[in-house]
Design a protein around this ligand. Structure first.
Ligand code: URA
Length: 254
């Protein structure tokens, strides 16, 4: 490439990054201003048929998820079941299935929301900035992924541009999540963030819910602020610390 071409390509790229572009979704650019050639009108008007078009019935995604999750006998089986589940469109845009990290069988299981860019790239939950803060929070009460915590997310695939999960996506993943909890068999659940509360408690409102022990998927659970929220609102770390101490006390007393 000529030097001038190189520099103008580089300038165009930095301009796109400034506009917020963070990934390339096609090999060739698509000119959306290009007006398509006019479609010739038919000589005689087309009369719409009076019969309604046939509705193509597919399998119910939630029922399919339930059947696949129920059939999984262990965590590897559940991972394989998710890998072959074809009803969730998020899978098409994701690089990796993000199943879990940490110690299977640990007393504490953390349920986060959805993978972000770093997690999608690595195929492991909570490896980005929020994950690093999560590790520090755990270390403060002598817990770690290496020895005492198992981690997963409600969604195993990254939503495009980190958008919020759709209700139907949460509904599809719920059977897998409950089976995941049953197979990992933790003593307690730490539910981080609003979408995780929605999936496991059927309600949102983390500011109200956080810190109050409840029950989810048949075991004690404490909702907590999401570490990504704490990065944006450091003042909320005070409440997060109180919730961590409550978790520590619960583990000691059981
Ligand atoms: N946020 C989540 O909820 N989960 C991750 O894995 C990463 C960020």
């Amino acid at each position: 490439m000529e030097s001038a071409e190189y520099h103008s390509a580089l300038a165009a790229l930095s301009w796109q990054i400034e506009l917020g572009v963070d990934e390339c979704i096609a090999d060739a650019p698509l000119d959306r201003y290009d007006v398509p050639a006019a479609v010739p009108k038919p000589a005689t008007p087309v009369v719409a048929p009076l019969v309604a078009p046939a509705v193509v019935e597919g399998p119910d995604p939630v029922a399919a998820a339930q059947a696949a999750a129920d059939a999984a006998q262990d965590l590897d089986g559940l991972r394989a079941a998710l890998a072959t589940y074809e009803h969730c469109e998020l899978k098409l845009g994701a690089r990796n299935l993000v199943f879990s990290d940490g110690t299977p069988g640990a007393r504490v299981m953390i349920v986060g929301e959805a993978p972000g860019r770093d997690e999608d790239r690595e195929g492991r939950p909570f490896v980005g900035r929020a994950g690093q803060l999560l590790d520090k929070m755990l270390a403060a009460i002598d817990l770690s992924r290496e020895s005492s915590v198992y981690i997963t997310n409600v969604l195993p695939w990254r939503p495009p541009q980190n958008r919020d999960p759709k209700p139907e996506e949460i509904a599809m993943m719920q059977p897998f999540l409950h089976r995941h909890i049953a197979l990992a068999n933790p003593d307690v659940l730490m539910i981080v963030g609003n979408h995780s509360c929605q999936a496991l408690l059927g309600e949102r409102g983390i500011t109200r819910l956080r810190g109050d022990w409840t029950e989810a998927s048949g075991r004690p659970a404490i909702p907590m602020f999401h570490p990504a929220y704490l990065l944006r609102n450091p003042a909320a770390k005070r409440e997060a610390w109180a919730d961590l101490l409550s978790l520590k006390a619960r583990l000691r007393d059981r």
